[in-house]
Design a protein around this ligand. Structure first.
Ligand SMILES: [Cu+2]
Length: 149
């Protein structure tokens, strides 16, 4: 879908360093390079991508956005030579390991888009995490709309 867009260089890099307080330990999830694919008019779904690093073992268990009626965490896999994607309820974030959501791999899927997403738009995403004690925390990040690079 990005073929509809010129490869205009988008230098904006949104970096969110947010501390998540999880008693008694202090857990920290770092999200960098959050971006979403722009859409064409009438397109109702798009993908979101980012790099996640957690200081403690966590799971990404949900995502939402005010621009979408619903959102899911997806994985891609090859089935009979066909690339398929499906929703996964929990994406493990092992302590200290960088987990990438990128085209062709894990990604966030936004459904029921309420308007067109244009390159340069800022899209708010709320990520839900769960730690080993089933303690949930939310983290809001701003994703920049840009074509895949
Ligand atoms: Cu998907």
């Amino acid at each position: 879908m990005s073929a509809f867009y010129s490869m205009r260089a988008t230098l904006a890099l949104l970096i969110s360093f947010v501390s998540l307080v999880s008693f008694p330990a202090l857990a920290e999830v770092t999200v960098t390079n959050a971006w979403v694919r722009p859409t064409v008019a009438q397109q109702k779904a798009t993908g979101g991508f980012m790099t996640l690093t957690s200081s403690t073992d966590m799971h990404l268990v949900g995502v939402s956005s005010p621009i979408a009626q619903s959102a899911e965490v997806h994985e891609m896999s090859m089935e009979n030579d066909i690339m398929k994607m499906r929703a996964i309820p929990r994406l493990p974030l092992p302590a200290g390991k960088t987990v990438e959501l990128k085209p062709g791999g894990f990604h966030v899927m936004l459904f029921g888009l309420k308007r067109q997403i244009k390159a340069g738009d800022t899209i708010a995403l709320t990520l839900s995490f769960e730690d080993g004690q089933q303690q949930r925390t939310e983290l809001r990040v701003n994703a920049i709309a840009k074509p895949a690079n």
